[in-house]
Write a protein that binds this ligand. Sequence first.
Ligand SMILES: Cc1cc2nc3c(=O)[nH]c(=O)nc-3n(C[C@H](O)[C@H](O)[C@H](O)COP(=O)(O)OP(=O)(O)OC[C@H]3O[C@@H](n4cnc5c(N)ncnc54)[C@H](O)[C@@H]3O)c2cc1C
Ligand SMILES: NC(=O)c1ccc[n+]([C@@H]2O[C@H](COP(=O)([O-])OP(=O)(O)OC[C@H]3O[C@@H](n4cnc5c(N)ncnc54)[C@H](O)[C@@H]3O)[C@@H](O)[C@H]2O)c1
Length: 486
Amino acid sequence: MSDPSRVYDVVVIGAGPAGENLAERTSAAGLTSVIVENELLGGECSFWACEPSKALLRPVVARADARRVPGLRRSVEGSLDIPAVFAHRDKMAAYWQDADQVDWLNSVSVDLVRGHGRLDGPRQVVANTQDGETVRLTARHAVGVSTGTVTAIPDLPGLDKVRPWTNREATAARRVPGRLAVVGGGVVAVEMATAWQALGSQVTMLVRGSRGLLNRMEPFAGELVADALRDAGVDVRFATSVTEVAREDGVDSPVHITMANGDSMVADEILFATGRSPHTADIGLETVGLVPGDWLTVDDTYRVTAVADGWLYAVGDVNHRALMTHQGKYQGRIAGAVIGARANGEPLDDSRWGPHAATADSDAVPQVVFTDPDVASVGLTTQEAERTGRRVDVVDYDIGRLAGAAQYADGYRGKARVLIDLDRGTVVGVTFVGPGVQELLYSATVLITSEAPLERLWHAVPAFPTISEVWLRILETYRDRAGQVE
Ligand SMILES: Cc1cc2nc3c(=O)[nH]c(=O)nc-3n(C[C@H](O)[C@H](O)[C@H](O)COP(=O)(O)OP(=O)(O)OC[C@H]3O[C@@H](n4cnc5c(N)ncnc54)[C@H](O)[C@@H]3O)c2cc1C
Ligand SMILES: NC(=O)c1ccc[n+]([C@@H]2O[C@H](COP(=O)([O-])OP(=O)(O)OC[C@H]3O[C@@H](n4cnc5c(N)ncnc54)[C@H](O)[C@@H]3O)[C@@H](O)[C@H]2O)c1
């Protein structure tokens, strides 16, 4: 690196999906922008999370779908072609190379420094490059932190000697373990249990709580996914806390797992799918008055609230608002527009749903869980509505009753729940569970963000016979119920 000290309008630390979008938008606003990345451009999502995990799941779900179509079942009776699945996974993870992302970064006029970035006081970032040099980057307007998260592994006796799987091994492994223990009952746990059971492992899920799987979602989501996992052969155990792990005969020997209730089991690998920790322990937070290792709390324009003068922004997982790629990208787009407007002296429109406000973070975060059945949700759940005192009507519909569902699969099982704000007559929460429901999610998201009155939906005619007719059935159920009350 020939120039160890450089000045930019905007410096971004971390080139995952959130950081990439932030830098692209600040560059589009005419601001000189640089991004510091320590590993691969594209972040966790491209290489050890979304892309490889969905590549592992796609053949599993497609086969399950095919087995439910009369006339097709016998064609898909055999086991999966594991080398072909892994080859597809490798391709979808771009063979863990980021050359395409580098080309894209060049095309949007964002500079790249490959190295570890650390804050060094207000508007200062020091990058230790992979060539062993130190580059000081000064930001005229803003520094964005988008350093993401790492697996939060509980501090258990023996853990340092068992080389547990995190999301990285679970998405990039080249061998199918005979027995895989999965600790946790959240999204990573259910997706990876679905994938590895179908790839040939005997999976045991060790779930600490007794409130079911996916317990931030509507309870029926976790129930339907748990039923399907059990049908697929997964041993799902609730109220089971791991207290100790050991590989008694060296790193390649089986792992012995001890539980709080006195049970024990043996597995070949153990995956911790136990949530995420902010990747902020070593990014110089202490130099700007923040605590290393903390999440970065932001306002609705993504400014870090605890830092004076509003020059520090945080987008993506690291602000702990909604740990998903699409939401991090949304945050990058909004924060980029905010930084651009502030730097260019333009007025901010941070009104609800305005271009400079993160309204979707609170009202409409969509999520798809790519299990069999898939789960698709956006907006409030019933529990959240109760907790926040929101007056809602809850309308349920059994998706399996639709002609479109019967066409889709023999014995289709699925459920829809729609929450309607009683005061405004708009949809504020939607959960769909069932094969193929993921593509319905955007319709629900548009409905929530547009705040369209429910009545207008009578004119939005779903095609027959598709699963989207669920919207019509929800309307009819709601109308007929209201009729009964009158
Ligand atoms: C198994 C798994 C599957 C998932 N599947 C999905 C899915 O299907 N859909 C979905 O929406 N979400 C999914 N997620 C969540 C998704 O991966 C994250 O929400 C997303 O990656 C967050 O993006 P980010 O840019 O905030 O952070 P990250 O993707 O974590 O990127 C952060 C980047 O910052 C870099 N970095 C960190 N510290 C420094 C430093 N000091 N200096 C320089 N660079 C640094 C890192 O190397 C990394 O490249 C999944 C997560 C997991 C674990
Ligand atoms: N399809 C998707 O959109 C997708 C897929 C995977 C991950 N993600 C995102 O990545 C994030 C991380 O996923 P995750 O599944 O790791 O987290 P999570 O928060 O969804 O689930 C964590 C699970 O681990 C359990 N747990 C926590 N600490 C534990 C401990 N000490 N011992 C035993 N169990 C413990 C929790 O009770 C919970 O069941 C999520 O926010 C999720 O939204 C998204």
